[in-house]
Design a protein. Structure first.
Length: 218
């Protein structure tokens, strides 16, 4: 009789175990949901605190940077620093101007080969403003004037080009030719002036005289 009681208790526990297990699972799930529900509030508070901290740090850092800049700007420069800064600024402007002058000379060269001589001369004038020591600008200007028989203008520009550093071996030859043309033109002008004085109605002599005077004028 007593031997059968444990067996009955064991059978009753087996029957109740599924219910107990389900209750335990439900308790665990409820506790888990309660824990998860508490996380967003805590996380949002942490993120808000973090954002405020980072924002305050950024403001403090900007203030430090601005203060440092003000201290640097207010710090007086020494004479050597000021001179060095001035020299650097001059070098920068010189480089920019020389670059612009080269661009105008390149454009003028293209105009020259196209036969647009007036446009080429206009661009060369602009190049001379940016860089008064541009060898190519004086050389090309002298070439254009030479081809248009404006001997004095051609000579002045080629002579200026020859004074600048260069390795062009044709300028000396062209200058020598121009000297001879100028000398010949002046001699012919003297003779034509005498002819015109003796015969004011000589239109051919007057026209030739005017042409030669334009060739040798500056």
């Amino acid at each position: 009789m007593n031997d059968k009681l444990p067996l009955k208790n064991s059978i009753s526990l087996k029957k109740l175990w599924p219910t107990i297990r389900n209750i335990l699972i439900a308790v665990v799930i409820i506790a888990l949901f309660a824990f998860i529900a508490s996380l967003p509030n805590t996380t949002s508070i942490d993120f808000a605190i973090m954002r405020r901290s980072l924002s305050n740090y950024g403001i403090r850092q900007r203030n430090v940077d601005e203060t440092a800049k003000e201290e640097i700007s207010l710090k007086p420069m020494t004479a050597s620093e000021a001179k060095k800064l001035e020299q650097q600024e001059k070098e920068r402007k010189r480089y920019i101007n020389e670059s612009r002058a080269r661009m105008f000379v390149e454009s003028a060269t293209n105009d020259y080969y196209k036969g647009s001589y007036d446009e080429a001369l206009r661009r060369l004038d602009r190049a001379g403003i940016y860089d008064p020591c541009n060898f190519s600008a004086f050389k090309l200007r002298g070439q254009i004037f030479f081809e248009h028989n404006l001997y004095r203008k051609a000579f002045n520009n080629l002579e200026r080009a020859n004074q600048l550093p260069n390795d062009d071996k044709t300028i000396a030859r062209d200058l020598d030719v121009l000297r001879k043309l100028l000398r010949y033109s002046r001699n012919e002008i003297d003779q034509l002036r005498q002819t015109v004085n003796e015969n004011p109605d000589n239109k051919v002599a007057k026209a030739r005289l005017k042409e030669l005077e334009e060739r040798i004028q500056d």
